[in-house]
Design a protein around this ligand. Structure first.
Ligand SMILES: *[C@@H]1O[C@H](CO)[C@@H](O)[C@H](O)[C@H]1NC(C)=O
Ligand SMILES: *[C@@H]1O[C@H](CO)[C@@H](O)[C@H](O)[C@H]1NC(C)=O
Length: 475
């Protein structure tokens, strides 16, 4: 173990020092040959990303996007289609297929061919020979076929045992996530989202002991009841982000072993969950009538900061969420999206005073049957920028205190039963850009305001008048 640690430190040193200095030796002929073969299979390079890659020049010193170590071996191939610097974003393209010869770059540590939009065909099995590879970015292309099993099988030929970052998102990949994925034992970030991966998550995923982000949203992952997900996932102690949204997992409910996770981001939209949130998702002080076996107090998700469970069939009261525990200074909500569920209300009066809510910037609660008033305490959410409560049955006045939430830039309150006048302070918030109170029962003159708001923002309130609506009648 010690030896491999040293080896890694050593190669990282090479990566950061020698790869950025002129190498002492010319480009290794095997590497040059492999890269020229890669170029050969690129059918269109409209952005001229490979223009400098010529047979007559040295690939270590003259080729853009290629870096070598001191012995002339290529360690870094980076020709992504989207490059952003502080002031500009360059969006470039490339068409063609991935050459199996890339597998001959035996010292390669970083391969970034992401965002080229038009790389097609399969991921070559030969990439599994790149035993030193730590970063593989092939996202945002049109790659097809399955994730090659060779990437994760540690045979004599290799397996990407050193791989830390794997981005294959936004392609057309099909098939299952191979059960050999556990061979990628160094993996920290794994993005396989926006593909057509199917089947269930292999239990061996629980062996990825270093994984911090596992992003699998927008695939066709399915499961078998009662546990659509392997409980081994609960062993991932380093996991910070788990995104399974938009997969037909048929979860029905959040598995109890989820409480063992210490995630910051838990994304479960459109995974089939229905019913009440489990007790452990809330603070232990909540007394919710739920007779599910062994409701465990929720300590672990006290680090949770972003909760997105929109478009499920969750029911129950919101305070389960608002009164979540925190681990100061961590665990305060950054965003909540509970839209399109069947949570019931009223929205708790003290929600703006709950510690977990203190620094929330986005609160999206639209399309739930809350009823009752919008609590005054919302005005205490001093970092709130986005508030969406469309079609939630809210009634009563828009509290004047909402104008105290100075950072608000988006306020959508349409399709409710709100009455009374629009508070002047709210409409004159400095950051306000998007505002919609259409289809309510609001009355009176629309307060003068600087933001340019369309007529549609106020329509279907028979009692409202004044610009941008027709003028108020003098009585
Ligand atoms: C890559 O290596 C394989 C096996 O050693 C060899 O057959 C092939 O010609 C090499 N490709 C290039 C382009 O050099
Ligand atoms: C989760 O909470 C339970 C009960 O409080 C505790 O026993 C367990 O160690 C926690 N898990 C982690 C990963 O912290």
């Amino acid at each position: 173990m010690e030896i491999s640690w040293h080896t890694k430190t050593f190669s990282l040193l090479f990566f950061f020092i020698f790869s950025r200095l002129a190498p002492s030796k010319a480009c290794h002929p095997v590497d040059k040959e492999a890269l020229l073969d890669f170029k050969h299979r690129i059918t269109d390079d409209p952005s001229k990303l490979l223009l400098s890659w010529t047979a007559s020049s040295d690939c270590c010193t003259s080729w853009e996007g290629v870096a070598c170590d001191a012995s002339g071996r290529v360690v870094d191939v980076s020709r992504p289609g989207l490059v952003s610097d502080n002031d500009f974003v360059e969006d470039t393209y490339m068409s063609g297929t991935l050459s199996p010869s890339l597998g001959n770059l035996s010292s390669l540590q970083l391969l970034d061919l992401s965002n080229l939009k038009d790389l097609k065909g399969p991921i070559p099995q030969e990439l599994g020979k790149l035993t030193k590879l730590t970063h593989l970015f092939l996202n945002t292309n049109k790659l097809t076929g399955a994730i090659p099993i060779t990437l994760s099988i540690p045979q004599s030929i290799g397996g990407l045992a050193a791989l830390e970052l794997l981005y294959l998102n936004q392609n057309h990949l099909t098939g299952r996530i191979p059960s050999t994925i556990s061979g990628l034992g160094s993996m920290i970030f794994c993005r396989l989202s926006e593909n057509k991966l199917s089947g269930s998550l292999p239990p061996s995923i629980g062996l990825l002991s270093k994984i911090q982000r596992l992003i699998l949203e927008n695939n066709k992952l399915t499961g078998k009841l009662p546990s659509a997900l392997p409980p081994q996932l609960g062993k991932l102690k380093s996991l910070q982000t788990l995104d399974l949204s938009y997969n037909p997992l048929g979860l029905v409910r959040i598995p109890d072993w989820f409480r063992e996770l210490r995630v910051f981001r838990l994304m479960l939209a459109k995974t089939g969950i229905e019913g009440e949130l489990p007790h452990w998702l809330s603070s232990s002080s909540i007394s919710q009538l739920d007779f599910r076996p062994s409701p465990v107090e929720f300590k672990n998700l006290s680090l949770l900061m972003d909760l997105d469970i929109h478009s499920n069939k969750f029911s129950g009261r919101l305070n389960v969420i608002f009164s979540k525990e925190v681990q100061d200074p961590l665990g305060h909500f950054n965003s909540i999206d509970l839209s399109s569920n069947i949570f019931t209300g009223p929205v708790d009066d003290d929600m703006g005073e709950r510690p977990a809510m203190a620094s929330i910037s986005s609160l999206i609660l639209s399309h739930n049957p809350f009823r009752g008033p919008l609590p005054k305490s919302v005005g205490k959410l001093r970092e709130l920028q986005v508030l969406k409560l469309v079609n939630t049955g809210l009634s009563g006045n828009i509290p004047v205190e909402l104008g105290d939430a100075r950072e608000l830039s988006t306020v959508l309150l349409s399709k409710n039963k709100l009455t009374g006048a629009i508070p002047e302070t709210l409409l004159n918030l400095k950051e306000l850009k998007q505002f919609d109170v259409s289809s309510n029962k609001l009355r009176g003159r629309i307060p003068p305001h600087k933001a340019i708001l369309p007529v549609s923002a106020f329509k279907n309130n028979p009692g409202l008048c004044g610009p941008p609506l027709p003028p108020c009648k003098r009585i």
